[in-house]
Design a protein around this ligand. Structure first.
Ligand SMILES: C[S@@+](CC[C@H](N)C(=O)[O-])C[C@H]1O[C@@H](n2cnc3c(N)ncnc32)[C@H](O)[C@@H]1O
Length: 214
């Protein structure tokens, strides 16, 4: 296993100078597109937004997005991308530098909370419980992670215990009296990475809806 520490320095370094990390391209997550396509746009939190690929897609669909990341370098790249796109998409995004291991998002503040491939140094149950509190009644939590069945093609992360996740692991954190789990899947897909290689990705996908008060 890797001894990688996913602290701020690690992520700032990953995003410094060389075009960054994460899905820095223009393709939004197919899981995001598929899982929220039928939702009415509202307020979204993109937790660990990286260079903003999913944020920009959401804003383009009409969502008002708070995009949070620990890495200033990532947010600067993301801000430049959104400036290129201009209004009205740019006006729908609020970029915020926060450490998700300690940040308390506004309780019930978002109709969608989305977290895609986010690995922090914090215990994951704490992180996902905190993100779940930010979902408004009737709103949706969408978590996508690297499923343990596969390595995801990035040698820096492969094999590190902090990067791998099952949907069930997140579902188990949610009180069934308060949540309906709508998707808890392991999915395999292919993607083309920066150097043109095609890689196979094993993803864990969890979508849950917070029940409205009776
Ligand atoms: C693998 S990248 C994924 C980025 C983006 N969600 C995507 O799918 O392309 C993980 C992201 O999580 C962010 N991150 C890691 N730890 C964090 C923390 N403690 N607080 C906020 N963001 C964090 C990193 O800076 C990085 O942008």
């Amino acid at each position: 296993m890797s001894d990688a520490t996913y602290d701020r320095d690690y992520w700032e370094d990953r995003y410094s100078g060389h075009g960054g990390h994460g899905r820095g391209g223009l393709e939004a997550s197919p899981h995001l597109i598929a899982e929220i396509a039928r939702l009415e746009p509202g307020s979204a939190l993109d937790a660990g937004c990286g260079t903003g690929t999913d944020t920009l897609w959401l804003a383009g669909q009409g969502w008002r997005v708070t995009a949070v990341d620990i890495a200033q370098n990532a947010l600067e790249t993301a801000r430049a991308r959104v400036q290129e796109i201009g209004a009205p998409v740019a006006e729908r995004v609020h970029w915020q530098r926060e450490d998700l291991t300690t940040w308390e998002p506004p309780a019930g503040g978002y109709t969608l909370v989305h977290s895609h491939y986010v690995h922090t140094d914090a215990p994951r149950p704490d992180l996902y419980r905190r993100l779940a509190t930010a979902v408004a009644p009737g709103g949706t939590l969408l978590v996508v992670g690297h499923h343990p069945d596969g390595l995801h093609g990035d040698a820096a992360h492969a094999g590190h215990h902090g990067t791998q996740l099952t949907a069930q692991e997140v579902a188990d954190l949610l009180d069934p009296g308060e949540w309906t789990v709508e998707t808890a899947d392991a999915r395999v897909r292919t993607a083309t990475v920066g150097d043109g290689r095609e890689i196979t990705l094993h993803d864990a996908v969890l979508r849950a809806r917070r029940k409205t008060a009776r």
